[in-house]
Design a protein. Structure first.
Length: 180
């Protein structure tokens, strides 16, 4: 069919997911403190440790996913893990809408039956103001489960529905260099 109409997908927000072998991740958080507006227990701003083999495995898996996400921009890249922490949801705990610093963030569904994370459209508030939510999606939920990791641009707003049975590992990444 010949058409004089062109359609473009501008400003796409690519995310990557993969299933991890959780037996290769040995993680410990030494001190959980109540943080964020919801007071969930987290190791943010305390210590979260991986043994060397676990860190090597995580770096390899992050590299695999980032290779797919960054493929349109470069052939090689360097990244730095700038933060990593555990979140423990025990009593209908939740997190409100937030973003992360850095270029990409990730969530590993470490001990949980399913994902409770909801991703908001970057223009959700504009869509809702104009009441066009039937025309455009305002949020997105992925069917992720224990062992899955998701990497997404840090600027994408997301939140976590109340739940009582999850431990996630979250982290932030900074892309240091892109090479053609």
């Amino acid at each position: 069919m010949n058409s004089d109409v062109s359609v473009f997908n501008i400003f796409p927000n690519f995310i990557g997911t993969k299933n991890l072998d959780l037996t290769k991740l040995k993680v410990s958080g030494s001190v959980f403190k109540k943080t964020f507006e919801s007071n969930i227990k987290t190791t943010l701003n305390t210590d979260t440790f991986f043994d060397t083999q676990s860190m090597n495995y995580l770096n390899m898996e992050l590299t695999k996913i980032l290779s797919h996400l960054l493929k349109p921009k470069c052939k090689t890249f360097f990244f730095k893990l700038t933060a990593i922490w555990l979140n423990q949801y025990t009593d209908k705990d939740f997190q409100g809408t937030h973003v992360h610093p850095g270029d990409y963030s990730f969530i590993i569904y470490y001990k949980c039956k399913k994902s409770y994370t909801i991703f908001n459209s970057p223009v959700k508030s504009l869509i809702e103001i104009e009441n066009n939510s039937k025309l455009f999606d305002v949020d997105y939920t992925l069917d992720l489960k224990e062992g899955d990791i998701i990497i997404f641009p840090s600027y994408i707003q997301h939140w976590v529905k109340p739940n009582s049975d999850a431990i996630t590992i979250a982290g932030n990444l900074k892309i240091l260099e892109l090479n053609e």
